[in-house]
Write a protein that binds this ligand. Sequence first.
Ligand code: UDP
Ligand code: MG
Length: 308
Amino acid sequence: MAKYSLVVPAYNEEKSLPLFYEAVVPLMESLGEEFEMIFVNDGSRDGTKEILRGLAGRDKRVKVCNFSRNFGQQAAFLCGFSEATGDAVIAMDADLQDPPEVALLMIEKWKEGYDVVHGKRRRREGETVFKRATASLFYRFMRKATSLDMPADVGDFKLYDRKVVDAVLSLGEHDRLLRAQAVWVGFRQTTVEFDRPERVAGETHYTLKKMVKLAESGVFPNSDFPLKLPLKLGLGLLGLSLACFVVFIVLVCCGVYFGGLTAWLFPALGTAAGLLLFCHGLSNIYLSMIYSEVQNRPKYIVEDKFNL
Ligand code: UDP
Ligand code: MG
């Protein structure tokens, strides 16, 4: 019999939490297996802590971590992961935007042998056009800028097998986007689709500033594309300027009248700027290597072994 851990970050969710508890418990109980719910109170300033104290008092399956201040949803998930004791861990939001019945579908997929089950948003109710557009752009940019095969429209609502949780926790990075790391670690991955409903109560805590920070944590630790950009631009500019010089020289040699001194300024400036960019790009290669050393990710993750 398997044990499941639900990991639920909660920031000012006093209204959602009782509804979350009432919706999730009967569904999880219907499995007839063991489960725990780990709530991480991310420095809430409303009655979240008291609500969670009450739930934990009457249900020993409810476990609560209270942060000393608001550290963010990613930190809250991480804390929950390190406390979770289940064979499978399900990360979900407290506002019932991640429907609990989809968690049961994820468990079915896990029982089929998948190690990571991503919740893929088919439709998103009650979200502004701006939020949908920026989210869609983010997923597409992530796929382009990083080498990760991240499925589009997938958030943090996921099931992780125990070995995936351990692999993710073994990455010691401070700045992390779990949905990217869940892909990076490998193993057997699949998705289940769902329509994302509106928040059950309260309002989103994701300001534009927090979304930009999230995007940064997704792109920069997983891509050296921005660091390699000056090298590529420098080489391009150098090539263009040198080609320009060649064309000008040929034109002058052929006796075709050409330009005056100012015409030669473009390739001259282009060569200088190209050289500078190129040198800057070269030092960025070292920066990229140092960053990778500091990240200190494992060079590989072993899934299992035979005869060893
Ligand atoms: N959350 C958190 N810390 C934060 C912001 C959000 O723990 O600083 C929690 C929040 O309580 C919810 C989940 O993360 O359970 C998702 O947040 P929210 O619903 O505000 O984001 P959205 O669904 O609008 O993207
Ligand atoms: Mg939400």
